[in-house]
Design a protein around this ligand. Structure first.
Ligand code: KG4
Ligand code: ZN
Length: 321
């Protein structure tokens, strides 16, 4: 089995996945509440908390899988992109474990994990497919022909979709993280009450910063406007932008299968909208959409791990080229 470790942001994650892609356990210790009072992730707090939690979360993953360390033949770890201090905790931990047991280590690109999350489980998606990843840190469309890699077709030029949800929620006086709060409030609102911009830069790119500014001005000019209507219209603009680009990418690339991932894939309106597209759609369960280690171990299945002691000089990277 592959033991995966993921500590790129504010969730401490460990998982056990078989080489065939069966998830034996997927343990996540969320630090959400710890950061909520600051309205966002505080990098230094996240690193320290990962350090406190990583042993226990890995032990939990083993226990839930009914496995022992002897059952692990490969260690996989998120190398980047992410918060450098947070990543370093996972990378150091994984290197230490792999080295003491002389196991091979697979350094994994966090985004590759999101892209291939739907290849896990009982109904795996088969390449070629398109993947829309929309999270708090990233928003992009990727084409997958071989699961060992992906080609980015388009991406956000400024804010990520989750960031647009979080910033919008903040302007509306809602809590953090904002996506679920906007999603909830939007159910009571009219998505056509306000006309927010759908900016369409570059062929398959996204831009969400103008939308946030439009909401700011709307709130300033109409302080009495219904928050539910604003939330519903704002959410509709984000979902429309994501869905329009996804439709264009499917058509341009001639692809018939679509996977979505990242925290924003939890959005009820986005889930409904992509199901209307002309493609077979894979929407992974929530715990595979948000940051998790099963997707990291899952991506490692398609990579050649580095043998001991080659990875001792491996470093985390806040950005990957
Ligand atoms: O993938 P994720 O857990 O962490 C990152 O790697 O960023 O994504 C978190 C993002 C947050 O911005 C959060 O507001 C958003 O996903 N999110 C949602 C929903 N649930 C989480 N956005 C819209 N609707 C939701 N239901
Ligand atoms: Zn992520």
């Amino acid at each position: 089995m592959i033991l995966g470790i993921e500590t790129s942001c504010d969730d401490t994650c460990a998982a056990l996945v078989t080489h065939e892609g069966k998830i034996r356990s997927n343990a996540i210790a969320s630090q959400g509440l710890l950061h909520a009072r600051y309205g966002g992730v505080v990098p230094e707090i996240a690193s320290r908390r990962h350090l406190e939690l990583v042993d226990a979360v890995a032990a939990d993953a083993l226990e839930r899988a009914g496995a022992r360390l002897d059952d692990v033949d490969t260690v996989a770890v998120t190398r980047g992109p992410g918060l450098i201090g947070a990543l370093l905790v996972g990378v150091s931990w994984a290197k230490a474990l792999a080295a003491t047991r002389r196991l091979p280590l697979a350094p994994v690109d966090h985004l590759h994990g999101h892209v291939v999350a739907s290849t896990l489980g009982g109904d795996p998606i088969e390449p070629p497919f398109l993947c829309l990843v929309a999270s708090g840190g990233h928003t992009f469309l990727a084409r997958v022909d071989e699961p060992s890699s992906y080609a980015v077709l388009g991406q956000t030029l400024d804010d990520a979709a989750g960031e647009a949800f979080d910033k919008g929620a903040r302007l509306l006086g809602l809590g953090y993280p904002g996506g679920p709060e906007v999603d909830r409030l939007a159910r009571d609102g009219d998505p056509q009450a306000f006309d927010f911009p759908r900016s369409a830069p570059g062929e398959l790119d996204f831009s969400f910063s103008g939308l946030k500014t439009a909401l700011l001005y709307r709130l300033r000019d109409e302080p009495e406007a219904s928050k539910a209507d604003l939330a519903a219209s704002y959410q509709r603009a984000i979902v429309d932008a994501l869905t329009a680009r996804t439709r264009q990418a499917l058509e341009r690339e001639g692809l018939e299968r679509l996977a979505i991932g990242g925290g924003v894939a939890a959005n009820s309106e986005l889930r409904a909208a992509v199901s209307q597209l002309d493609a077979a759609v894979w929407v992974p369960p929530m715990e595979l959409c948000t940051d998790n280690a099963a997707m990291i171990a899952g991506a490692a299945r398609f990579l050649e791990p580095v043998a001991y002691p080659g990875y001792l000089s491996l470093d985390a990277a806040a950005r990957l080229s």
